[in-house]
Design a protein around this ligand. Structure first.
Ligand code: KG4
Ligand code: ZN
Length: 352
């Protein structure tokens, strides 16, 4: 790649993010989080998210350009997330991107959010660290997206060619963490807090189910584990008549985390046995989970594969830099972009 620069925008959920990416290098990656606004509702309120994106767009754009020290004339194209995500949130990002593309006279390309998460380990920091790119002989290999909205396993046969191997049939990995966090009184979004408390808990304190182990496919399910947690918590707190103790909370967190991680890594180990990839690409906000990473690292070592993770935490959560990296890779690979920029709230990566 040769100094090809994209201004990328992602408004797929509740974060307004704008980034400037030159080839693989992230020159800026600005994110305005709306957690504070949605917290009191215990989840993302789509119309509130839309309004916040509208308000945040101009200041985040200004910051992204300033941090990257670029002017519009240094930008080759604009990239926007078309989906999957929340329809009203996607819509506002696309409208803003179209306005900007017209004002600056730049081409506009639509990118799949999941492709962004998938390739976030290809992003290089502004100082040039990180950023793994496969050479042609590295294909095919395994790609994993683990976030609040997705738990997906892909067989990557070439850049832009993805076969869906499996995923969750109900809640996503991060979503299960958030729901259980709320159940044990950790607020919203509590996934990361739960994982933090799990570190000092006893993961063997409570026996919990690992669903679909024998399902014969590569899918996972988290609804049974969540139901088991609801039952366990109401037994422990006598139907809410006494608060959970600190030890109980830590042990519940640790036992849940182990069950959630093992549910997923059990299926991943089956893929490693059967398909023998040499590389594993990991992305998504919930890939910040250290227990998950540790098990994946061990599995990768056992099966002779290399695990590739994003260079920093900001590249894991929803962010626009990952969208810019994919847009630049698609350009370098000469992949055609659909002229249609309509939002696609449901957009399987296999169709991107
Ligand atoms: O990628 P992301 O920012 O948004 C989506 O596209 O979903 O992921 C956020 C999700 C939330 O569900 C959050 O609770 C979860 O990732 N998460 C974690 C951890 N850190 C964030 N889940 C488990 N363990 C963590 N350490
Ligand atoms: Zn995401």
């Amino acid at each position: 790649m040769t100094n090809f620069t994209t201004l990328a925008i992602d408004t797929s959920c509740d974060d307004t993010s704008i980034a400037v990416v030159r080839d693989q290098k992230v020159l800026s990656n600005c994110i305005s989080s709306q957690d504070e606004i949605h917290r009191e509702f215990g989840g993302v309120v789509p119309m509130l998210a839309k309004r916040q994106h509208e308000e945040n767009f101009a200041p985040v754009l200004k910051k992204a350009l300033q941090r990257a020290k670029v002017q519009p004339e240094n930008i080759n194209q604009i990239a926007i997330t078309r989906g999957p995500g929340l329809a009203p949130a996607l819509e506002i990002g696309i409208a803003k991107a179209q306005e900007l593309a017209a004002e600056w006279g730049k081409p506009l390309v639509g990118i799949n959010h999941l492709e962004g998460h998938l390739w976030s380990a290809a992003a290089q920091t502004s100082t040039g660290s990180g950023g793994w790119l496969p050479s042609p002989s590295d294909f095919p290999f395994l790609g994993l997206v683990v976030s609040g909205g997705h738990t997906e396993m892909y067989w990557i046969t070439a850049f832009g060619s993805y076969e869906h191997l499996g995923g969750t049939v109900d809640d996503a990995f991060g979503e299960a963490f958030d729901k259980v966090a709320r159940l044990i009184g950790l607020g919203y979004p509590g996934g990361a807090t739960l994982a933090e408390l799990a570190k000092s808990g006893n993961a063997k304190a409570y026996p919990l189910p690992r669903a679909m182990r024998l399902s014969g496919d590569w899918n996972v399910s988290y609804s049974g584990l969540k139901t088991a947690m609801v039952r366990l918590v109401s037994e422990l707190n006598h139907n809410n008549s006494r608060p959970l103790t600190k030890t109980e909370i830590h042990d519940l967190a640790a036992s849940f985390e182990l069950a959630a991680v093992e549910t997923l890594t059990h299926k991943i180990s089956k893929i490693l046995v059967e398909k023998k990839p040499r590389h594993i690409l990991l992305g998504g906000g919930a890939a910040a989970n250290l227990a998950l990473r540790k098990t994946l690292r061990q599995l990768a070592q056992k099966f002779g594969a290399q695990l590739h993770v994003p260079a920093n935490k900001k590249l894991l959560r929803d962010n626009a830099a990952m969208i810019g990296v994919v847009a630049n890779l698609r350009h370098a690979e000469g992949l055609q972009n659909e002229p249609n920029l309509d939002r696609r709230p449901r957009w399987p990566l296999e169709q991107a």
